[in-house]
Design a protein around this ligand. Structure first.
Ligand SMILES: Cc1cc2nc3c(=O)[nH]c(=O)nc-3n(C[C@H](O)[C@H](O)[C@H](O)COP(=O)(O)O)c2cc1C
Length: 280
């Protein structure tokens, strides 16, 4: 897939939108979005399925709740995967591609992994039991202001902040912070990772630059994924892969992802290897 937007601008423009105006999404805009989605792929070679819902056409809409987190949204996209290894990363990668596309168009959206009525949306979207249904997003034109609950949520999870690069990026091992000069042309892709969204803004990505390759680790928050039948932070790892990949491709830096290049490094507790980016 060709990236049809400037990466840095779209990464910066993307922010969770939880309050929507009643301005309609035009048929052309909807068609362009669907065309973009039908072209998507991911480096994890797993299938991600997208399900569109216009909730004005749903009878019994009261089951489509988001616990008061989302207001005024009419359109939703649901995403499903099979319960296979790397499918959560693939979902993170593909849906974040959509989030950046929407941000570039000025359309709002918001990752929802917890605060939605899963069974209500599953039945409205025709999603079967065999599929895993981790995430939906509303999308639409943003309202002029955030709603009160949203403002409070953002404060609690410090949604406007990100960890410093010294906490996220390392050189040769998982202890030595990576200086920008050592990162060289990978400094920009790493900065794009740093600005990514993540569940509860926990930012679990840790990256080690070892020789010329980047190894991506997940700093698993103990207990955090216990209320899900899967590790939701794996989706955050896929989002990181999306930002990194779009940035290297835009800069013409050649490399590929590989899930089987775990380096022999001492790992602090709760840090798990997920995938590598190998420079070609
Ligand atoms: C996998 C994932 C799941 C999320 N689930 C929810 C959710 O259930 N409810 C919600 O309001 N926000 C959810 N978010 C949004 C995050 O809270 C948000 O991305 C983060 O706080 C950073 O804020 P920003 O997106 O405005 O940059 C989720 C984000 C991700 C990546």
């Amino acid at each position: 897939m060709k990236i049809p937007f400037p990466v840095k601008e779209s990464v910066i423009a993307r922010t969770s939108v939880r309050n929507y105006s009643d301005q309609v999404i035009s048929a052309e805009e909807q068609q362009a979005l669907e065309a973009f989605i039908s072209d998507l792929d991911n480096p994890f070679a797993r299938q991600v399925s997208f399900h569109f819902l216009d909730q004005t056409h749903v009878q019994g809409r009261e089951t489509l709740g988001t616990y008061g987190v989302i207001k005024g949204a009419r359109h939703y996209i649901g995403t499903t995967i099979k319960p296979e290894p790397q499918a959560l990363e693939a979902l993170g990668y593909e849906l974040e591609s959509v989030m950046l596309y929407l941000a570039h168009r000025g359309i709002g959206a918001c990752w929802l992994g917890g605060t939605f009525n899963r069974s209500g949306f599953a039945s409205a979207m025709g999603i079967g039991e065999a599929d895993r249904f981790p995430i939906i997003t509303p999308y639409g034109w943003p309202a002029a202001k955030k709603h009160i609950k949203e403002i409070m949520m953002r404060k609690v999870i410090k949604a406007d902040q990100r960890k410093n690069r010294q906490e996220l990026f390392f050189h040769q091992d998982l202890h030595t912070p990576l200086a920008p000069a050592e990162a060289a042309d990978l400094d920009f892709p790493l900065e794009m990772v740093r600005l990514a969204p993540s569940a509860s803004n926990k930012q679990p990505w840790r990256v080690v630059l070892k020789d010329t390759d980047c190894h991506f680790y997940e700093a698993k928050e103990p207990g955090y994924s216990d209320r899900f039948p899967y590790d939701i932070q794996r989706i955050d790892m896929g989002i990181a892969a999306c930002h990194f990949d779009f940035a290297v491709r835009e800069r013409g830096i050649k490399g590929h992802f590989d899930i089987d290049r775990k380096p022999d490094l001492q790992r602090p507790e709760h840090i798990e290897y997920v995938f590598s980016w190998i420079r070609d």
